[in-house]
Design a binder for this molecule. Structure first.
Ligand code: GLY
Ligand code: MN
Ligand code: MN
Length: 416
């Protein structure tokens, strides 16, 4: 390919209605431009030439038309203003014969002009470019972490004040200074038993009679980059509180292992061993950690991956292929939800998010399996009311080790 056209994206209408779903820009667009809310724009990239930005500022009195910000980066683009999506395509003009397109929608009449549309090899190559973060991207991720931490601190206060899930969520937004559609993903705010649902999506409007635990998994956005932070708080049960403290300690031990060359699959399996050890130490299971890993017992309590790449997408791309032309590396058998199977390299940003949960569905399956004999059911039935635990930080891999963006942001906010 000698040239590339990237579209920012097109707003989607609600079925049978005349208003739009929240607009989310193409992440490949955002990799070039921090224009989060500029639909129907095109970017034309040709080697040796300045990039052309066909900027759509629609003739529209229902919505505020997008504006080009007064920022330095605009001087690096040749910008042409157009007033509709059709005008952007028309302004593109004739294309070199081997121009590729990357975007969600290519209008039918445009497709014959492209040599490739979302070619999987080209996407793999672009994804590989995104996996190593530049200093600019790391700065954005630090800013997203700082914002997310402010949200978490406000949410924690709302929890301590006895707020509902809804109120805690509102406090998070207020703390971040962002509206919901600006967040990198829908915040997970679960009280008590709801902490057992990995991606709990409801927000109860009334507070429960007792606040036993809160699991909040929520991040903020900055110029398209996200943070992905989880904290769990609990009181009223000595075993659950000890498990929480143990989880925080083992999460930090896992973070400490992050460095270039580390095979993420190994760290994921190490997390299972540490969690099995923790569960055995507190009499939740009766099994040797290695045996708990091999039998699938640890996966009853930890059914998700240890972490994933993080960037313009919360579950960022390029987690499986070591290079764009090598086959994907499969997750270890029995761990199909692991989203990162590569060796770490400097400038990757990953999440480290071990957890343990008392999930009714998985516990019932285990009760009807040979694993049942190794589970302390009376204790598990007591702990179900606290739901579960996850501790999640965002970690930058450096040339010699790592930097924990989340813990640094918490520390900075405490000294501010
Ligand atoms: N917030 C989703 C995740 O932690 O992967
Ligand atoms: Mn998360
Ligand atoms: Mn995550």
């Amino acid at each position: 390919m000698s040239a590339l056209v990237i579209s920012s994206g097109t707003p989607r209408l609600v079925f049978l209605d005349d208003h739009h779903l929240p607009f989310k820009a193409n992440p490949h667009w955002l990799w070039w431009l921090p224009l989060l809310q500029a639909p129907d724009c095109l970017l034309h990239i040709r080697p040796g030439q300045r990039p052309r930005l066909l900027f759509c500022s629609a003739d529209d009195y229902w919505h505020l038309p997008a504006q080009i910000p007064a920022e330095t980066w605009v001087t690096h683009f040749d910008i042409e203003r157009v007033s509709s999506a059709g005008a952007a395509w028309a302004a593109l003009g004739p294309l070199d014969a081997d121009t590729a397109f990357v975007g969600e929608v290519c209008p039918a009449e445009q497709t014959p002009h492209f040599a490739a549309i979302n070619s999987s090899l080209l996407l793999a190559q672009l994804h590989e470019q995104r996996v190593r973060k530049t200093p600019y991207e790391v700065a954005c991720q630090r800013a997203a972490s700082a914002r997310g931490v402010r949200g978490h601190q406000a949410a924690h206060q709302a929890y301590l004040a006895g707020g509902s899930e809804f109120a805690i969520h509102q406090a998070f937004l207020q703390g971040c200074g962002q509206r919901e559609q600006e967040l990198p993903y829908q915040a997970i705010v679960g009280l008590n038993e709801h902490a057992a649902t990995l991606h709990y999506q409801q927000l109860d409007r009334s507070a429960p009679p007792q606040h036993r635990s809160l699991l909040i998994d929520a991040g903020a956005g900055f110029r398209g980059y996200g943070s992905d932070i989880t904290r769990t708080y609990a009181s009223g049960n000595a075993t659950f509180e000890a498990l929480l403290q143990g989880m925080d300690g083992l999460q930090q031990a896992l973070c400490a292992a992050v460095r270039p060359g580390l095979d993420w699959r190994d760290l994921h399996l190490q997390a299972h061993l540490l969690i099995a050890e923790l569960l055995a130490a507190h009499d939740v299971i009766k099994a040797d950690p290695q045996q708990a890993l091999e039998s699938g017992l640890s996966a009853v309590f930890l059914p998700h991956g240890l972490g994933h790449l993080l960037g313009l997408q919360v579950h960022d791309v390029a987690g499986f292929q070591p290079t764009p032309t090598t086959p994907a590396i499969a997750p270890p058998p029995g761990h199909p939800t692991l989203r990162l199977t590569r060796q770490l390299e400097a400038d990757f940003v990953v999440t480290v998010e071990p957890g343990l949960y008392f999930i009714d569905l998985l516990l019932e399956r285990a009760r009807n399996s040979p694993l049942a004999a190794q589970i302390n059911w009376p204790l598990v039935d007591e702990l179900r009311q606290w739901g579960g635990i996850r501790v999640e930080d965002n970690v930058l891999v450096t040339a010699t080790g790592h930097q924990n963006l989340t813990r640094e942001a918490f520390k900075l906010s405490e000294t501010a």
